[in-house]
Design a protein around this ligand. Sequence first.
Ligand code: GAP
Length: 467
Amino acid sequence: MSAPNIETIVNLSKRRGFVYPASDIYGGLGSAWDYGPLGVELANNIKQDWWKWMVHERDDIEGIDSSIIQNRLVWKYCGHEETFNDMMTDCRECKSRHRADKLEFEGMGDMSVDDAIAQSLVQCPNCGKTDLTEPRPFLTMLKTRIGAVADEEDYNSLAYLRPETAQGIFINFGHILTTSKRKLPFGIAQIGKAFRNEITPGNFILRTREFEQMEMEYFCRPEEAPALVDEWVENYLEWLGSLGVSKDNIDLYEVPDDELAHYSVRTVDIMYRYFPEREEEDRQWDELMGIANRTDFDTKSHSKKPQDEEGKRINPDSTDDLSYFDPYTNERFYPYVVEPAIGVNRTLLAVLMDAYTVKDERVVLKLKKRLAPIKAAVLPLKKNKSEIVELAKKIKKDLSKTMRSVYDDTAGIGKLYARQDEIGTPSCITVDFDSLDDQTVTVRDRDTWEQERVPAERLTEFLNTEG
Ligand code: GAP
């Protein structure tokens, strides 16, 4: 079977209620998406799994949930206000707008996109003409205004929707250090929404203006940071594998120096094969996540002056100093930070693409059981036989105490099985005439389609342990 492409997943998502286009009844809003009944369960399961793996199962990570809107100075001193730009270019012919670094043209690699545009070598992806404007920077932080008397020109009311959750972690480093009594190395994890005014969003939930991140900032001594980058790459390869993401669809990309974010000295991106249908292998990949060595850039940037021997990035506005005193070595220094940052939405898309299979011309979504939106569907063999319906509803009620389950009697049994296979439900429980006599039910496995008879009273235990 050939791998599904994003379009296949878009169709399944809309048809079955994973993801819908946002503002659909008003014609949509470019690249905004709403998560439906199944999508919200799947996203929550991914986030819960991450939190358990990242925070609960380790003893060196704390959690936090910081505000989306912070003091504007946060974005000034971390450098985003100045550097969080994408280069954009406009097509003079059709007026469409594009991110310059994403444009493709013949002779790429030897020539910069600026030069290629100047020589009219770059075609507009929309209309094909080669009349593009000189690339210019565009601030991708989304602006808002706060306060009742805010007017458009009032600089004091200006605020930003956070473009990364990371800064909420850095500015709370001092609080967490004091309240948790932690010693380095330790990490702080956060899940939350982030916003970027992307010039060219697209490809379903891959690049949107509103998205969700799962970030962890690991604070350490400077000399520990390089090895920690490799360690977190390995940790993530393992975690992604445990979500059912196939190794064949994963690749590592060592970000070249001239592409590094302003705070990073090394970033390794974990790439996913989101575009298997593209002929050239190197165009099949896009970033799933990144692991960066952010050095002491952020801990220094948010610290009260004086902080930098070279006199750079003096911060007169902070009231804190985010340096750390090491009681073992009697040294004071600014902690380095190693940051694995991953998007919930890109993870969800990778999980769906890898789970998508076709068996006997029917879709079977082979999601890991702990990620499946619905763990069990209880199906009565006959919906006009009241004793069967009653027993099935009772079983559903019992199961619902420990797992998300549904009762469905809206079609024949074959159709009901197919519906559940398509949304990844690992087990279907059929209640039939024999169930009334011996209190057993049939449990059908999504992947093998094998059936097993199980006593109703043992069902919860059976479903929780099996597979
Ligand atoms: N704090 C570091 C940081 O934000 P990033 O590589 O810009 O680094 C981290 O973002 C992750 O967030 C990405 O690898 C991706 O999974 C997700 N992400 C970033 N921009 C996104 C967008 N516009 N739409 C969906 N996900 C996005």
